[in-house]
Design a protein around this ligand. Structure first.
Ligand code: AMP
Ligand code: ZN
Length: 115
């Protein structure tokens, strides 16, 4: 846990969020500034800054993150239409919050390549 990390504060329930899934390893909540009708953030409950900081011992955790994303896409009704899971890593990708997170975006058509 990092004292000044906004997502760690969400995990500790020090700031409010709309939580849609929670267990001891993963927390999922609605993005405060949604970019699509469905926009969830999936985060590990352990403070990991970026995807660069993941190592081999985190493989199961990262796999679980994707598995939970797939499950929630179904619950949110976007599996058939399609959805996108995005991890921004560092400044060129536009990472703003330095606690590893995956965006689950769905409910509209996305363009490719991303901007
Ligand atoms: P990124 O640019 O990949 O680091 O994405 C950070 C995301 O966190 C953005 O989509 C923000 O809208 C979202 N965000 C920032 N603060 C909060 C918060 N307090 N609750 C929910 N989402 C947040
Ligand atoms: Zn954190």
């Amino acid at each position: 846990m990092a004292d000044d990390c906004i997502f760690c504060k969400i995990i500790r329930k020090e700031i409010p969020s709309e939580i849609v899934f929670e267990d001891d390893e993963i927390l999922v909540f609605k993005d405060i500034n949604p970019q699509a009708p469905v926009h969830l953030l999936l985060i590990p409950t352990r403070h990991i800054e970026t995807l660069n900081d993941v190592d081999q011992s985190d493989q199961a955790l990262i796999g679980k993150l994707l598995s939970v994303a797939k499950h929630l896409a179904g619950e949110m009704g976007v599996s058939e239409g399609g959805y996108r899971v995005v991890v921004n890593c560092n400044k060129d990708a536009g990472q703003d919050v330095f606690h590893l997170h995956a965006h689950l975006l769905g409910g509209r058509k996305f363009s490719w390549p991303p901007g």
